[in-house]
Design a protein around this ligand. Structure first.
Ligand code: SAM
Length: 236
């Protein structure tokens, strides 16, 4: 936790924050925090700055806040990700929030196991919990938008054109394709990353019909959790 992320209901009338639970435990166990110490802090969806610990005991911490600067800009990136298996989903959600992805679409694909859609890690609260860990890690306060699309074809044909309008559209797919571009700067991008078994040819063809260009990262096939940061780092 490099940023103490505060929620509106942590704040009292004097613009101080009262902290309990996981974050209080983290202050004690990891920061070895003491009264008088200053920590990096941010308000979820708002500004970042510092928090002076006024009082700290085993039940509660009271922090005086100076939140005077905006969070880092998001990447102009919509990531379309075939739903990964639950364990990988948790880690990948943290990475996606930490790297500043603006919008994440978790989509079905032929090679996504049906049971993956039943996981408790896909409830809004569970997704939010992992994203918050990513924000705390990277020092950001703004959650990515998350959309779940359980049917690939209607999503690609009906909703993706508007979602990806005016952006560069790429689908990462190993094979004999052009190399993935580098350092797009601030160019808006919609990037599709496949499941563990890869996109099937029909899915790539549908994405191509929607204006997506297949690109590859070289002969090494990367796991989804590695492909996500490798592609984002290369593209931005
Ligand atoms: N056997 C699968 C295939 O050949 O497509 C491998 C899938 S890979 C584990 C999961 C996803 O990561 C792929 O669908 C693709 O989007 C991305 N990926 C991994 N390695 C890649 C590479 N070398 N080039 C392009 N995309 C890659």
């Amino acid at each position: 936790m490099n940023l103490l992320l505060l929620h509106a209901d942590d704040l009292d009338a004097e613009h101080c924050a009262l902290i309990h639970g996981r974050r209080l435990q983290h202050l004690h166990d990891i920061h070895r925090a003491e009264a008088g110490q200053t920590l990096r802090a941010g308000l979820l969806g708002g500004n970042m700055g510092s928090a002076l610990i006024e009082r700290l005991d085993s039940h509660e911490a009271r922090l005086r806040l100076t939140l005077d600067r905006p969070p880092p800009a998001k990447l102009p990136l919509t990531l379309i990700l075939a739903l990964p298996r639950p364990k990988m989903l948790k880690r990948t959600l943290q990475t996606i929030a930490a790297m500043g992805v603006q919008t994440l679409v978790l989509v079905n694909s032929v090679r996504v196991e049906k049971s993956f859609w039943q996981t408790p890690w896909l409830t809004p609260d569970a997704i939010r919990e992992q994203l918050l860990l990513g924000l705390e890690q990277a020092c950001d306060t703004v959650l990515p938008n998350v959309i779940l699309e359980k049917r690939f074809k209607p999503f690609v044909q009906d909703r993706l054109p508007a979602l990806a309008a005016d952006s560069l559209k790429l689908v990462a797919h190993p094979g004999d394709y052009p190399a993935c571009p580098r350092a797009l700067d601030h160019q808006p991008l919609t990037l599709a990353i496949g499941p563990e078994g890869g996109w099937i040819p029909y899915e790539v063809a549908l994405l191509q019909e929607a204006g997506f260009t297949p690109v590859q990262l070289g002969p090494r096939i990367l796991r989804v959790e590695t492909a996500v940061p490798a592609l984002i780092a290369r593209l931005y």
